[in-house]
Design a binder for this molecule. Structure first.
Ligand code: PBG
Length: 327
């Protein structure tokens, strides 16, 4: 009888050994919670396609942020849902606009415990739902949009946001926003560039979360799901333009891009586990088709393993508590 020469199973023989040889670890500090705050409501409003996620009132936002800080998450990413929209997204750079008001409130509440971050994009604030302003032909005008982003960046920095999440996919946005911040003395305000952001189906529930007005799609500015190299190129450009952190989004369908970006830049790389990824697991679990907790943990671990230094996830608080209780 001949015995196998190699026995990889030796390293799997008990929980103690498996724990000792584990390659990838998740920590609460590596999780960032996206949060929605809606202007003019006094009670949180559920988002039907994202069970467990709500549009917050200012009060419930404060309480939820304190709870997230208590769970030890690394940061919060804030999205605003304004009561009124117009073609240039005026609410975005208005200091009394909902996102800026909420940012100020959160920085006062939890700014020492975690990193308060803001989505820097016009789509929540425009009446046409695009991420930029439109030209006379109705196309998204790249360079005119950069001016709006610069103004938004200053409003967010003044409100106290520590990290601006540039999610609009305009060319040159990182360099433009960096220059605008520096010129006003905000040299410490960090930039998270959503570098490889793909135009796909997985943002569906988010559109409900922010009451999106979009008709059509974002394919002239977000990436074609077929293109991996182009995602890496975008990340390299953003790093060169001064991004402090680059991101790949969505996460699970783009793990190859994530791994490639991680190997190509020397700054932190994050991933956004988006609304559709959340909704899929919640829906399957609600049917009893998969084990909810194990599926969530496996999805987060897979994203980490592929190269994400941190993950934006709607499960951030729950997962942080699991990690604390059973690391
Ligand atoms: C744009 C933005 C979007 C998301 C984050 N920032 C929507 C889009 O690009 O269509 C999606 C996040 C999610 O689906 O969870 N402001």
């Amino acid at each position: 009888m001949s015995f196998p020469q190699h026995r990889p199973r030796r390293l799997r023989q008990s929980p103690a050994v498996r724990r000792l040889v584990r390659e990838t670890h998740l920590a609460p500090s590596q999780l960032v919670l996206p949060m929605f705050v809606r202007e003019g409501i006094s009670e949180p409003s559920p988002i039907s396609s994202m069970p467990g996620v709500v549009q917050h009132s200012l009060d419930s936002l404060r309480r939820a942020a304190a709870d997230a800080a208590d769970a030890g998450v690394g940061g919060l990413m804030l999205f605003g849902v304004p009561a009124v929209r117009d073609s240039r997204g005026s609410g975005a750079d208005d200091p009394r606009g909902i996102l800026n008001v909420a940012t100020e409130a959160l920085v006062a509440e939890v700014g020492d415990a975690l990193v308060v971050q803001t989505d820097l994009c016009l789509d929540e604030f425009t009446d046409h739902g695009h991420c930029g302003v439109l030209d006379a032909q109705g196309r998204v005008d790249n360079d005119a949009t950069l001016e709006r982003y610069a103004s938004m960046a200053l409003a967010q920095a003044r409100a106290g946001s520590a990290l601006l999440g540039l999610s609009g996919m305009m060319d040159g946005q990182t360099a433009h926003v960096r220059a605008a911040l520096d010129a006003e003395g905000f040299t410490d305000t960090m930039i998270l560039a959503y570098s490889a952001k793909y135009a796909g189906a997985f943002y569906g529930p988010f559109r409900e979360a922010v009451d999106s007005q979009l008709v059509g799609d974002r394919r002239t500015y977000q990436l074609d799901p077929a293109n991996g190299r182009e995602g890496v190129r975008e990340a390299l450009l953003d790093a060169e333009e001064g991004a402090d952190i680059v991101m790949v989004k969505p996460a699970m369908p783009y793990l190859d891009v994530l791994a490639e970006v991680r190997a190509s830049v020397d700054i932190p790389v994050w991933a956004y586990q988006v609304s559709g990824e959340y909704a899929m697991i919640e829906a399957a679990a609600a049917h009893g088709w998969i084990d909810r907790r194990r599926a969530i943990e496996e999805s987060l671990l897979g994203i980490r393993r592929a190269g994400a230094d941190a993950i934006l996830t709607y499960w951030a608080v729950e997962a942080a508590r699991w990690l604390r209780d059973t690391p």
